[in-house]
Design a protein around this ligand. Structure first.
Ligand SMILES: [Zn+2]
Length: 66
């Protein structure tokens, strides 16, 4: 069932669709009762920033800093 939510970051009202809920449950292994707290745009932005952080961390050996 599509669940109406409001984004905790930007306050936008959005629908957490049943398809997304299925993906969260089946692919991300999140609990079936997990609910989105951010809209898709904010989640994308967050994911991108996480990915670039990981890329930076893995692309640069720890001992090259000193
Ligand atoms: Zn948002």
């Amino acid at each position: 069932m599509d669940t109406p939510c409001s984004c905790s970051d930007c306050g936008t009202e959005f629908l957490f669709s049943k398809e997304e809920q299925r993906i969260w449950y089946e692919e991300y292994k999140l609990p079936i009762f997990a609910r989105a707290v951010r809209c898709l745009a904010c989640r994308r932005r967050l994911r991108n920033s996480l990915q670039s952080t990981e890329k930076t961390a893995s692309g640069r050996p720890l001992d090259s800093e000193s």
